[in-house]
Ligand binder design. Sequence first.
Ligand code: ZN
Length: 335
Amino acid sequence: MIQCPMRILFIGISLFLFVKCSFQASGNLSSYESYFPHENPNTIIGKGKIRATFLGTSSILLDDGETQILTDGFFSRPSLWKTAFSKIESDHLLIQSVLEKAKIYRLKGVFVCHSHYDHVMDAPYVAKFTNAKLYGSSSTMNVGIGAGLNQENMELFQLRKPIKLGKFSVTVLESKHTPPFKIFGKTNATDPNFPDITSPLSQPLKATEYIEGGTFDFLIQNGKHKILIKSSTNYVAGAYDRINVDVLFLGIAQLSLQPISFQESYYNETVQKLKPRLVVPIHWDNFFLPLAKPLEPNLKLGDDFDSNMNLLLQRTNKDQIQVQLLQGFESIDLF
Ligand SMILES: [Zn+2]
């Protein structure tokens, strides 16, 4: 009987510590300061140059001075509380302020990596506000229709068929989503009976209504320059056997939570095959926090940024490949 209050107190303290720990950032960015170039070139983009701007998660703006292309364009970033317990919707004013701040004036295409909310949710509105075209899977097309986008502003992915936008050529490659995980007994795994969004989705929606609908990587060429954008931490074995790139934007979310054999295969099938001179880690930031504030690593609840970076840096150091991290709205000239 005497033990009972002690036991309750012990369980209470353990639970408090677990929750407190889980909701902390899974890394300290000050440890990686030397990997942040903080260049932020504000000059006119010279001929033959390509500027990349990081807009959180796997939202990357590429600009050659004439044409801009963007992946995902997820800017609303509703809070964890809202995402978990209520319906979510795009914040149009916030999207417009991001477009303004990132100087997105010449956007021709928005390419959606997959149709989970943290990739597709804002993409139709970005396309609508900029008059760019939305490119994606059939699931992404249904998100576009639900957002009231015109058919002429949408185009279904055709795998391995290059899309020309100005001097950019974008080839869509079939990929795989990060392996599913469980939090508090709930999984984010795709239900094999419902792998796609099959009818138009109109906001507000529950986050879980955004179904993956296939995952895609983008091989982007501009003149002699080659870039690959890979949002999810997974690979199709052999997919990059005959591809080399100069720059790789590499999804690192949850890498260290996977078995060691997976971690090694992921590096071997991506960085080692593609042989980039520069790797830029992406999808490392806590997307429940606004883009307007300095980005922080994903929460300990579902990730381990320090371990992910350690794994990547160990291998890239050995292979003498440069790694650079970007804060939100930070740009670098890739070429
Ligand atoms: Zn996803």
